[in-house]
Design a protein around this ligand. Structure first.
Ligand code: CA
Ligand code: CA
Ligand code: CA
Length: 348
């Protein structure tokens, strides 16, 4: 295809069109560190939320099906953030021809992957089962812009899991599409059709994780599938049943609550969080209409501010602008009468 810049296969890919932060080798292995976020993105299919700025892009550039293509035919990348019970995913795709499967068809699942279709592979406890067919030990989500399907195999075949994800796609440039997702994560006790509670996410948690895009530009069969991880096997389309082929997602950055001292003789609770130059202090006790003193100290014990707030309810939540402070460890003290709670916090 003269005139088109053809992408070279794995390992030597020139990402001239997309800027990817981080070590490309770690991305070939499919390893991604997701930052914690206090501010959550608006799921509108546009990654212009300021919270996305703190997450690195990672490529979706490994050819799993078909041949290498030009960057105008396809390029893709993703970034991830997380909060206490949700994962946030932004996928940005450059695709010369958007070809979603037709609407109004009775069976929306069994051919979804043959049209422009994103896929998310999640293995909540990183168990890396080589064959998770017929189980929820891992889940392979297939999404167009309307449906969420998973081929579990066995008797159920395809199942609809629309309530696992909140998502929206927008065309943000003539050939650029942003898919924005809020994901619930379930463990392998999940039972389809029952009441299932998403897992609480914690700092340093490691999940199995890959992202993929099926590109169809014409007809009723995908021309390509691209994934976020280098797969050595000849057949690279194995992640839909084999979780050992997944990359990894590590949750980091929630250095928020390290209790130094807490008065236990009067029930009270202090929670501090920091994100995007903001310090959020949440304090509760049984007292109502009490004066509460909030102080911030650096590690040398120097007081940076002291603010007195009147607590009209049993709970007080207050945000402080700390964008002028250097990154590092600080101590928050909250005092109410004779009760004093101290917590250590890392400001990003
Ligand atoms: Ca958004
Ligand atoms: Ca294309
Ligand atoms: Ca396409």
């Amino acid at each position: 295809m003269p005139g088109l810049q053809i992408r070279i296969l794995v390992g030597l890919i020139a990402l001239s069109q997309l800027t990817i932060a981080g070590d490309h080798n770690q991305y070939l292995q499919g390893y991604y560190e997701a930052r914690f976020t206090v501010t959550i993105p608006v799921i509108d299919g546009n990654g212009n939320d300021t919270c996305w700025n703190k997450a690195d892009w990672a490529p979706i550039d490994q050819v799993w099906i078909g041949n290498a293509v030009s960057e105008t035919d396809y390029s893709g990348r993703f970034k991830v953030l997380w909060a206490s019970d949700r994962i946030y995913l932004l996928i940005q795709i450059v695709d010369d021809s958007l070809h979603i499967q037709p609407t109004g068809i009775a069976d929306v699942c069994s051919n979804i992957y043959n049209y422009d279709c994103t896929e998310i592979f999640i293995d909540e406890n990183h168990s890396r089962d080589a064959n998770y067919t017929g189980t929820y030990k891992a889940i392979a989500y297939h999404m167009d812009t309307t449906h969420v399907c998973y081929y579990i195999g066995g008797a159920p075949g395809w199942v609809r899991l629309d309530d696992h994800l909140k998502y929206k796609m927008q065309r943000v440039a003539p050939h650029t599409f942003e898919y924005e997702y809020e994901l619930k994560v379930f463990d392998d006790t999940y039972v389809d059709g029952s009441v299932n509670t998403p897992v609480q996410l914690t700092n340093e948690k490691l999940l199995g994780w890959s992202v993929a895009y099926n590109d169809n530009d014409l007809g009723s069969t995908r021309q390509n599938m691209f994934g976020s991880k280098l797969i050595e096997e000849a057949d690279k389309n194995i992640s839909y049943y084999n979780a050992s082929a997944f990359g990894e997602l590590k949750l980091v950055g929630n250095y928020v609550t390290s209790v130094i001292s807490q008065e236990l003789w009067v029930p009270s609770d202090l929670s501090v969080r920091s994100d995007e130059g903001k310090l959020q202090v949440t304090y509760s006790s049984d007292h109502i209409k009490a004066a509460v003193v909030i102080q911030l100290f650096d590690v040398f014990g120097r007081q940076l501010f002291s603010v007195t707030e009147n607590k009209s309810e049993s709970k007080l939540e207050k945000d402080f602008n700390v964008s002028h402070l250097s990154k590092g460890i600080y101590i928050v003290r909250v005092t109410e009468g004779a009760i004093s709670n101290n917590e250590k916090i890392y400001l990003w």
